[in-house]
Ligand binder design. Structure first.
Ligand code: NAP
Length: 297
């Protein structure tokens, strides 16, 4: 969106927000890069390094005060939200309403994950859960107020999920997989997500982006593929435990729908962890050269 040259970012101190803001600054594309900071977090070290950069503004926002949120968007054409889960309701929704009032040209919500195609279907109670509601609530609101938006589905972050927490405990040589482990899963590393988002925001015409969900993929490997790749790379065997999908449902029931990892595993096990190959939008980035799972593990 060459035509959008002022940007405000919420969640700029986070895992994705940090590399994204660095790219926004480095590109020289934006005359204003405004960092929106929640009250009480302005002294975070992450913000200190931005303070003296030319064109960078740091603004403290009281998300409970609509005037404060609106004022933070003065002269802003593009808003990018990278806020973490609780903030998707407490910060992102007031920001979206203010963006609408301020006449912002495009709002990018903090999506940046799997697609969850069945969210909103009351029959799918393992997807229609409170832990996913923050993301869904944005699209519901944007639709109601006719907010110009585009979003990014980037699959699963390797740094978050090819980890002991995600079931891949390579140090202990143990892997836990729900379901058969055969359906493919879309993967990416955070720096590639930031590179892709920055590229799209500077290059795709606004008209083409409006309402679009850009589906980016770094790699596509099933949990069983990851086990095979690791064993081939290191010449050792992993102990793999397979658990039935009913165990995921138990985790979701016990947490009253608040177990985020179980929500992701549910998608992987049900074959919805990867984008259909013909729906991947990597072609927007010429010479796309993302990090592959084999190079990450
Ligand atoms: N699919 C995946 O595998 C995957 C993995 C990780 C993340 N994600 C998604 O990517 C997006 C960004 O995640 P991230 O990991 O970069 O986030 P993060 O590092 O956990 O946090 C991002 C920022 O959220 C802001 N925030 C606002 N309100 C908050 C609140 N009430 N509590 C805590 N933080 C709050 C904070 O920024 P300030 O202090 O500047 O306000 C924080 O730095 C999210 O939508 C997340 O769901 C997806």
């Amino acid at each position: 969106m060459a035509e959008l040259t002022t940007v405000a970012v919420a969640g700029a101190s986070g895992q994705l927000g940090k590399p994204l803001v660095s790219l926004f600054i480095k590109s020289g594309h934006y005359s204003i890069v405004r960092i929106l900071v929640r009250q009480g977090t302005i002294d975070k070290p992450e913000f200190q390094e931005y303070r003296d950069r030319s064109g960078v503004e740091i603004v403290e926002v009281d998300y409970e005060n609509p005037d404060s949120v609106l004022a933070s968007l003065k002269d802003i054409q593009l808003v990018v939200s990278c806020v973490a889960k609780p903030g998707q309701i407490t910060n992102q929704l007031p920001l979206a309403k203010a963006a609408h009032t301020a006449g912002v040209k495009l709002f990018i919500p903090s999506d940046f994950g799997q697609n969850f195609p069945t969210y909103g279907d009351p029959n799918d109670r393992y997807v229609n859960t409170p832990v996913l509601y923050g993301k869904y609530a944005f699209f519901k609101l944007a639709n109601e107020i006719n907010l110009p938006q585009a979003s990014f589905a980037v699959g699963n972050w390797m740094e978050s999920l090819i980890t002991p927490r995600g079931g891949f405990d390579f140090a202990a040589r143990k892997v836990t997989i729900y379901g058969t482990g055969e359906p493919p899963v879309s993967w990416a590393v955070t720096n590639d997500i930031a590179r892709y988002v920055d590229h799209i925001l500077r290059t795709v015409p606004l008209k083409e982006a409006l309402g679009k969900k850009f589906r980016m993929q770094g790699d596509r490997q099933s949990p069983n593929d990851i086990v095979r790749l690791w064993e081939q790379k290191y010449g050792e065997k992993l102990e793999v435990t397979y658990k039935p999908i009913s165990e995921i449902h138990k985790l979701l029931d016990e947490s009253e729908g608040n177990n985020f990892l179980a929500s992701l595993w549910n998608e992987w096990a049900n074959g919805r962890g990867a984008f259909p190959p013909d729906e991947v939008d990597n072609h927007y980035f010429p010479d796309w050269n993302p990090k592959k799972v084999v190079d990450y593990i």
